[in-house]
Structures are given as structure tokens and as C-alpha cells.
Design a protein around this ligand. Structure first.
Ligand SMILES: [Zn+2]
Length: 217
């Protein structure tokens, strides 16, 4: 999803004062790895990134420019650092994917790394995605582990959902002939509650997944 920037809430004396305003704008997610802050240490661990790095002389004047400030996890911010494409790289289409101008879903997919079953590796669809993955290290171990945990959780919940659906169906078929006793009705109610909870967990997992899947899990 592309970030649609609200009006400048400042001016402020320091760019860090913008952080509480960036948090809801970026939906509590890092602008680059798209991890939710709850997965990587919450608000305190999040930082304010300068999309055009303030450490480069040509962008120094953008230090407190609202449109240049992005909500970012500490590690992505550190890896991104003062990197910026040279003119030659720009001509070759190499640049950072900008979540405020474009939807990251059009640039990245989650795929299976060699020798693993889980969809936890970020694959580039475009040249800017290649540049961003390399510079921000979007396949660093920490992020792969987070995505792998989500994939494992999802697999377990999908399996549980299948079993619950089967149990509900079988119990329903049994009661067609014999009628629904109070005891059976109670079991059916419990199964349906578990089914609902399982669906809610799957929904949460899918909402935390950073990029679309390259294939069905
Ligand atoms: Zn990040």
C-alpha cells in the first residue's frame, strides 16, 4: 500500500519530534522492510529516516523536511545509511523503492529460499527493488527469521482450520439422522468458537506479512 502523506504537522526544532506523527502515517511499519513495530521492538526502537540522506551535502537542507522523513526500523536505517544512487546508477534504473510514491507490492514478492519450504525471502520484481534489497539488506537473517515464524504459524493454523472444518462437517452429518442432543450442540458450539479464533489468527498473520506471496503456501 502506498503511503499518502498528511499535511506537515510541524515545524519542529528537531527532526525526531516528527516521529509520533510518522508512526500512524506509516501504520506502525518500517518504510522499507514493512515489519510492524510490534515485531521489532515497538515504538522506542523505531527511528526517523531521511529518504534523501541528510548526511549527503546535496540533501542537508532536507533534515527537517516533512516529505523527506520516513518511519523506519533501526536496522534498516543503519543499512540504508547515506546510500543514494549515483547518476550512472539512476540511468540504469537503480534507486530506492519509495513507499510514498509507489506501492511496494508492485516491486517485491516473498519466495522460498534455496533448501527451505517457507516463503520468507524477498524477491525483486523490478530494478529499484534489486537496489533496495541490496542496500537495506532486506534478506538479512533477522527479517528472514521473522517471516519464517509467520509462515510456520500460518501453516499450523491452516492445518488446524482444516481439521476443525472436517470435525464440524462430520458432527453436522451425524446429527442429521439422530437429532442434535444438548451435549452435541455444546460440542458444536465449542468447535465453531475455535474455528472463529483460528480464522482471526490467520487474518492477523496475513496482515503482518510484508509483501505478497510469489506462490501459494
Ligand atoms: Zn525495517
Amino acid at each position: 500500500m502506498r503511503i499518502v502523506r498528511s499535511p506537515d504537522p510541524g515545524p519542529f526544532n528537531h527532526y525526531r519530534d516528527y516521529k509520533p506523527h510518522l508512526q500512524p502515517l506509516f501504520r506502525c511499519r518500517c518504510a522499507y522492510c514493512l515489519s510492524h513495530e510490534d515485531q521489532i521492538g515497538r515504538f522506542d526502537e523505531m527511528q526517523v529516516d531521511h529518504f534523501r540522506p541528510k548526511g549527503r551535502r546535496e540533501f542537508a537542507h532536507l533534515e527537517r523536511e516533512w516529505a523527506n522523513l520516513y518511519y523506519c526500523c533501526g536496522r534498516c536505517n543503519r543499512h540504508k545509511s547515506d546510500h543514494w544512487p549515483t547518476d550512472q546508477e539512476t540511468q540504469r534504473g537503480l534507486r530506492f523503492v519509495d513507499p510514498c510514491l509507489e506501492d511496494p507490492d508492485e516491486h517485491f514478492r516473498l519466495c522460498r529460499p534455496p533448501q527451505h519450504d517457507d516463503l520468507c525471502y524477498v524477491m525483486p520484481l523490478t530494478t529499484p527493488a534489486q537496489y533496495t534489497i541490496a542496500k537495506v539488506r532486506l534478506n538479512r537473517n533477522q527479517l528472514v527469521q521473522i517471516r519464517r515464524s509467520l509462515a510456520v504459524e500460518e501453516r499450523e493454523d491452516r492445518e488446524q482450520l482444516r481439521e476443525l472444518s472436517r470435525a464440524i462437517e462430520e458432527l453436522g452429518a451425524d446429527t442429521v439422522d439422530r437429532g442434535l442432543s444438548a451435549h452435541t450442540a455444546e460440542i458444536m458450539r465449542l468447535l465453531e468458537t475455535q474455528h472463529q479464533r483460528c480464522l482471526a489468527r490467520l487474518e492477523r498473520i496475513r496482515s503482518l506479512r510484508p509483501f505478497p506471496l510469489a506462490e501459494q503456501p
